[in-house]
Write a protein that binds this ligand. Structure first.
Ligand SMILES: Nc1ncnc2c1ncn2[C@@H]1O[C@H](COP(=O)(O)OP(=O)(O)OP(=O)(O)O)[C@@H](O)[C@H]1O
Ligand SMILES: [Mg+2]
Length: 306
């Protein structure tokens, strides 16, 4: 069942959290729902599952509003806020309780706990769980009813590298089985690895809705990463030659240089008496695309990021 969002609007007082948003998450695909903090991802997801009422527009799953589903746990798996699980209950009790309410065999609770790697922690109180363990429990709840549609808000939040890979594999296999998978993230590089399609929003508005490959191919990947003994001097020399130089943040050591070849960078470094420690081309990634998109959005609206 595909998820359809049509001209969705949500305002909170002055804030337009979601602003005329339209997109489809088709079945058989992982759709990455991307945007910076405060872009409106969680608000949109809450409206899809009926936790928030749209100011206007609508969201449906398989053509029906979420409120029409009589046994949603078995049809639509949801992870919104992993911190909301009851802290006094054990993971097993929590899952069995949800299973019982949804008429799912109780063995399934133990099965999904094994699946998400919580088998040995099943009888522990949820209150004693780490962030990553809560996240795994949230995913266990989402997949408990073996749903055909799954919405996960920031599923890899707090997970270790093994957990991130596991979530990615799980999403992939669910989509390959023909299910609809919508996952939100502000981690572009993570999403790039698993999403077939990406929907990018900023300030509640749609910026892009396209296959991940297409989005990636729009960006020239001609950065060169440079590590050297005097980044300040090399930056100035490169800029005098018309190169664009940036750092990931002001404290970062490595320079990312665009507009000149690695050979030219080497020659300029030699002339400037700078010692190069590392010089390597970097392929464009979704992080770059995302930064470009969202900064263009800021320019357009004349507003700065919070
Ligand atoms: N209940 C609420 N009351 C008032 N404003 C809200 C409420 N919920 C969300 N907002 C505002 O709506 C905007 C979108 O928030 P939302 O949580 O949907 O963003 P997000 O994309 O999920 O961000 P993040 O990456 O930080 O999770 C923000 O400006 C937020 O302050
Ligand atoms: Mg959010």
């Amino acid at each position: 069942m595909s998820i359809e969002v049509a001209a969705l609007v949500k305002t909170y007082g002055e804030v337009r959290a979601v602003d005329n948003l339209t997109f489809t998450a088709p079945s058989g695909k992982v759709t990455g729902f991307l945007g910076p903090n405060g872009a409106g991802k969680s608000t949109t997801m809450r409206m899809i599952i009926g936790l928030d009422h749209p100011t206007s527009g609508c969201a449906t799953i398989g053509g029906r509003p979420f409120s029409d589903f009589t046994n949603p746990v078995r049809e639509v798996g949801v992870l919104l806020d992993a911190a909301s699980a009851p802290s006094r209950m054990s993971a097993r009790t929590h899952l069995r309780w949800i299973a019982q309410a949804a008429r799912i065999p109780r063995d399934r609770a133990d099965e999904v706990m094994e699946l998400v790697g919580l088998g040995s922690a099943a009888s522990r109180r949820i209150g004693s769980f780490s962030l990553g363990m809560r996240q795994r429990l949230g995913i266990a709840v989402a997949i408990l009813g073996d749903p055909g549609t799954i919405l996960l808000d920031e599923p890899v939040n707090g997970l270790d590298p093994e957990g991130i890979r596991w979530v990615r594999d799980l999403m992939r296999s669910m989509a390959d089985e023909g299910r609809t998978v919508l996952i939100s993230s502000h981690l572009m590089s993570e999403t790039q690895q698993v999403a077939d399609r990406v929907v990018v929003i900023a300030r509640g508005r749609l910026l892009r809705d396209m296959p991940t490959k297409e989005l990636m191919s729009n960006v020239p990947g001609d950065d060169t990463r440079v590590r050297c003994n005097d980044p300040g001097a090399l930056s100035r020399a490169l800029e005098r030659h018309g190169a664009r130089v940036r750092r990931e943040d002001s404290a970062a050591v490595d320079l990312f240089v665009r507009g000149v070849t690695p050979e030219t960078i080497g020659e300029i470094a030699l002339q400037s008496h700078v010692v190069i420690h590392l010089l390597t081309p970097v392929a464009a990634d979704l992080e770059d695309v995302f930064m470009q998109l969202t900064s263009a959005e800021n320019l357009q609206t004349g507003r700065t990021a919070e």
